[in-house]
Ligand binder design. Sequence first.
Ligand SMILES: NC(=O)c1ccc[n+]([C@@H]2O[C@H](COP(=O)([O-])OP(=O)(O)OC[C@H]3O[C@@H](n4cnc5c(N)ncnc54)[C@H](O)[C@@H]3O)[C@@H](O)[C@H]2O)c1
Length: 460
Amino acid sequence: MPASRRRFLRRLGGTAALFSGPLGAIALDDEQVRLLRPEHRHAAADRIRVAGIGMGLMGFGDMQAALKVPGIEIAGVCDLYDGHFEKARELWGADLYCTRDYRELLERKDIDAVIIATPDHWHDHISIAAMRKGKHVYCEKPMVQHWEEGHAVIEEQKRSGKVYTVGSQGVSSVALAEAKKIIQSGAIGELNLIEAVNDRYGALGAWQYSIPLDASPKTLDWDRFLGDAPSRPYDPVRFFRWRNYQDYGTGVAGDLFVHLISAVHHALDTPGPNRIFSSGSLSLWKDGRDVPDVLTAIMDYPATQSHGAFQMQLRVNFADGSGGSNRTRFYGSEGMIEWGGDRFTLRRQKLPKAPGIGGWDTWNVFSSAQQKAYQEWYNAKYSEEDRRRNQPEETRYAAPQGYDARVDHFANFFEAIRGGRPVVEDATFGLRAAGPAVACNLSYFKRKVINWDPVGMRVK
Ligand SMILES: NC(=O)c1ccc[n+]([C@@H]2O[C@H](COP(=O)([O-])OP(=O)(O)OC[C@H]3O[C@@H](n4cnc5c(N)ncnc54)[C@H](O)[C@@H]3O)[C@@H](O)[C@H]2O)c1
């Protein structure tokens, strides 16, 4: 048994780890939970002033998470719908600087970093403009709407030297960090398959978000929203439910597969797949959207120095009548880890050395004499120990209640700005995750296998 694996197995019995011991008992006491809070884990060094660009669902969530990190201040917000300015002023004061033009924010010298949480078709433009103006950038996933746009973002990050991170917060989750250690210790044997599922059931889960009653061409900036998308008349459904349209979003692949792919890339230190195939349908939500609501994908990951070859299967089903689920399973030759959000379960069952006798009903076609002779031969060949069936073991891990990976993701971003550890999810990582995700759309619409170069980050 390798030394790293022995160390891991020893550690499972202890309670010093961040997570629970066997079978779900949370081993953290109140003091340990207190020390996990951001104010204890992340020192308030230099003050960092942050502005939000795109203040919708995620813009507000991101800003609130960022402000939990010590030393972070809000410097202003940019959005295209006035109702979101009202909300921002309710939260952060009537004097908050609000603008519909992100370029105005970028001109301000008192802003160090921006959080970009606009629809996907704006990500590359605003990321590049912000770094050119000397801002550090936290850009929501997927980093780009089309893979070709990613190279300019990488180049600008390198040229400007600014800290750039993509917002797949799962990458900073303490649960994923622990799962990564376990996988890399060899505890599940040789990894051979990953199955990642994000299924939902309900109109809101299927992106039929509420549209504010005061939405009008006066209260929102339709032309600016369109950006480089094809021109068309004002349509509040497209503005507030942009995910449902290829012109602004990236479908379920760019929206949800990308989280799953990012987590896998981080856990395995892999640059990505080299073959991608995707298929699906518009099954239930026929509301004018032009993206599928059921999508599956198969990706082939070639062997690298950190892992053998494996396959990844992904699935999003917005019409999952069983109620939905969100899990990623890492299958290995001796076990499986099922990770989801801030918890995971490890299941292990070692194969016995002896193969067993017969093979379903084939034993019954051995004559009685043959059975007797074989049984004697088998018992002589394999010891009792070799013949014993190992019982399955299950260990559950959960982060403490109230843990929020987004706060850690922001803390990592701000630490990098302050000169500490570099971010994990930089622009290269971002394209290595977004590229295969959006290649699923290419595969689905073109009905063909996409060959992807995971190192060069290009469709071949
Ligand atoms: N990390 C996550 O878990 C997570 C979760 C949800 C969304 N997201 C990502 O966050 C981004 C935003 O998604 P959302 O659900 O918040 O959408 P949303 O529609 O709720 O918010 C987007 C906001 O961007 C504004 N906007 C559009 N174009 C703009 C522009 N050019 N300049 C300034 N503001 C502009 C809109 O007015 C809107 O308020 C997407 O890329 C999405 O994939 C990430």
